[in-house]
Design a protein around this ligand. Structure first.
Ligand code: 3HC
Length: 285
């Protein structure tokens, strides 16, 4: 594989999930968080996840040691200087991403590919923050990254064929099926999924059905693995709100506006599983 050393920026659920799949694919992984504490907790999370796989007999102990040996947690962006690919997985905030890509552009080697795991933001705008827009693309993993089988490779107008080919090769080496998509809000999955999730919140808020009945209905009626309200809690209500706001901004259609109840929960700090409460209460689980 062309890509041997991968940098991951961002210490959320997606960053650690992608670190796991990339290290399992044989890549050296440099995980960068702003605080050593979050970098260390990502490695601890990775150890736990690999431990479960060893317990289930799906991973050899020696392989777990080898995978962990390929992952290094750092706090300085300069540690990503010799990466072949850097995958950004920070908060869904365009100014923050533009600043990061500008910095990475100055730090990374001329041949390095800079990719974003954004769900909805413009890859072209992110590419334009660098002097290498041909080497910027989207590589969009899904949550939980070790489990979900698909990756969207997003081509901005400026992305070169070589960049797209290397991104595809990386995602395939991570064991994923790759789909190609143009750089537009929500790409394929989120453009279709989030209007549905947003509508589920409005349906709940209208009093038409209870939380449990909405989730049960979509699991049993459509064979979805999770109901929409459970899934929102998994993704994170803040992330979900940012995605729905971005889709709404792109369409300008008032019916795409974020559900008021979703915005209210985020304002209350109820962000789903990661904060202990969202549509469901996880504090006792
Ligand atoms: N990390 C690693 N493995 C995990 C995991 C995690 N976070 N969560 C679950 N798994 C594994 C389990 O170990 C188990 O593996 P096994 O069957 O090999 O033993 C398998 O996944 C099934 O897990 P469980 O039995 O615990 O639970 P479920 O059968 O209920 O599955 C689920 C959990 C895989 C999360 C399933 O409910 C599911 O697929 N849900 C839908 C997820 C989804 O739609 N994701 C997309 C969200 S949108 C998105 O990511 C876009 C982004 O831009 C926001």
């Amino acid at each position: 594989m062309t890509i041997k050393r991968v940098g991951i920026v961002g210490s959320g659920i997606m960053g650690s999930g992608v670190a796991e799949v990339a290290a399992k694919a044989g890549c050296e992984v440099v995980l960068r968080s702003r605080a050593q504490e979050s970098a260390d907790s990502m490695v601890a999370g990775l150890e736990k996840s690999l431990g479960k796989q060893v317990d289930k007999g799906r991973l050899e102990d020696a392989e777990r040691t080898a995978v962990l040996g390929r992952v290094r947690a750092v706090t300085e962006l300069s540690e990503l200087a010799d990466c072949d690919l850097v995958l950004e997985s920070i908060v869904e905030d365009l100014p923050a991403k533009l600043a990061l890509f500008g910095e990475l552009d100055g730090i990374c080697g001329d041949d390095a590919i800079l990719a974003t795991n954004t769900s909805t933001l413009s890859v072209a705008a992110i590419a334009a923050a660098t002097k290498r827009p041909d080497k910027v693309c989207g590589i969009h993993f899904f949550n939980p990254a070790p489990v979900m089988s698909v990756v969207e490779v997003v081509r901005a107008e400026s992305s070169s064929d070589a960049t797209i080919a290397a991104a595809r090769e990386f995602a395939e080496a991570c064991g994923k099926d790759v789909v190609d998509v143009r750089d537009q809000a929500g790409f394929i999955v989120n453009a279709l999924l989030f209007p549905y999730l947003n509508n589920a919140v409005n349906l709940l808020d209208s009093g038409a059905a209870t939380r449990d009945d909405i989730d049960t209905a979509m699991k049993g009626g459509c064979n979805f693995p999770m109901g929409p309200l459970e899934l929102l809690d998994l993704v994170g209500l803040d992330t979900s709100l940012a995605i729905i706001e971005a889709l709404h901004a792109a369409s300008g259609d008032p019916s795409d506006a974020p559900a008021p109840k979703l915005a209210a929960l985020v304002a209350e700090g109820k962000l789903g599983r990661k904060s202990g409460e969202g549509f469901y209460d996880y504090s006792k689980k």
